[in-house]
Design a protein around this ligand. Structure first.
Ligand code: HPA
Length: 266
């Protein structure tokens, strides 16, 4: 499987036609958080123009890879719940690694399980629980890319968390539980996740972070708490409201990311 996957990545890389001096930091932007992209000047390459990039399942939401001198930005994400394979989900991560990315800022919209969280708040991901039932590293391993049994004890890199804490000392940290989706959780499931030690719940991130960590990237995860998870508040969950809450948090997220990029480019 991985040999074919490598071919896909090489095809994708070839179609980017990059000059020298690729950026060292990348950002993956979660649902409703794509505004960060407009803070940078650079070439926007539609996913559809990148060879072998997974085709989006939602019309009109094709996504772009924007490359500026300091950062590569993936605006638009491949979700497992859309029916993509797990290879598709992590294709952008392998491609970013191929262009030389060393630091990954990964963002998402998440439900808040920890009752101290408020809707619209940003939370740093301290660790995750992969409940997707998938692992992107299954298959014959290519030892030139990463180890067969990669250590995951610090897949959210402490050094980057410390840098973010210097910028925003009051930001909370929490454990992110990644589920398949697309249905939101039942209140009983949220209770279970709380018992398991999760503070946040969402439908992305964990497989991408496993791949990034395997490839040797430093990773920082930032969740935007767009709602309290089912049963934590009496309110029913509505995707429109989740997107709206993400938009409201965007200014703060952009400010944090811009400062992080400056520090990482020093
Ligand atoms: N659950 C799962 N994914 C989510 C949620 C949630 O409550 N909010 C935003 N993404």
């Amino acid at each position: 499987m991985l040999r074919d996957f490598n071919k896909r990545i090489e095809n994708g890389f070839f179609s980017l036609k990059l000059q020298n001096n690729s950026p060292k930091t990348a950002i993956i932007l979660g649902s409703g958080l794509s505004g960060v992209k407009d803070s940078f000047i650079g070439e926007e390459i539609p996913f559809s123009k990148i060879n072998d990039f997974p085709a989006p399942t939602v019309k009109g939401h094709s996504g772009v890879l924007k490359i500026s001198d300091k950062v590569a930005i993936c605006a638009g994400r491949i979700h497992y719940y859309e029916g993509h394979s797990i290879d598709d989900v992590v294709f952008p991560i392998f491609l970013l690694s191929r262009i030389g990315i060393k630091n990954l800022i990964i963002t998402n919209a998440a439900g808040g399980i920890n009752s101290s969280y408020k809707s619209g708040e940003l939370v740093l991901i301290s660790d995750h629980i992969n409940l997707t039932g998938c692992n992107p590293l299954i298959g014959i391993n290519d030892d030139s890319l990463g180890p067969r049994f990669p250590d995951m004890s610090e897949c959210y890199t402490k050094e980057l968390i410390d840098k973010a804490l210097k910028i925003k000392p009051d930001i909370k940290q929490g454990v992110y539980a990644g589920l398949k989706g697309p249905s939101y959780e039942t209140p009983a499931e949220v209770k279970m996740l709380k018992t398991l030690g999760a503070d946040l719940v969402g439908m992305s991130t964990v497989n991408e972070v496993i791949a990034a960590s395997y490839l040797g990237m430093k990773v920082i995860g930032i969740s935007c708490v767009t709602n309290l998870a089912a049963g934590i508040s009496d309110k029913k969950l509505d995707h429109g409201e989740v997107v709206e809450a993400g938009k409201k948090a965007e200014k703060e997220l952009t400010s944090l990311i811009l400062k992080l990029i400056d520090i990482l480019s020093e």
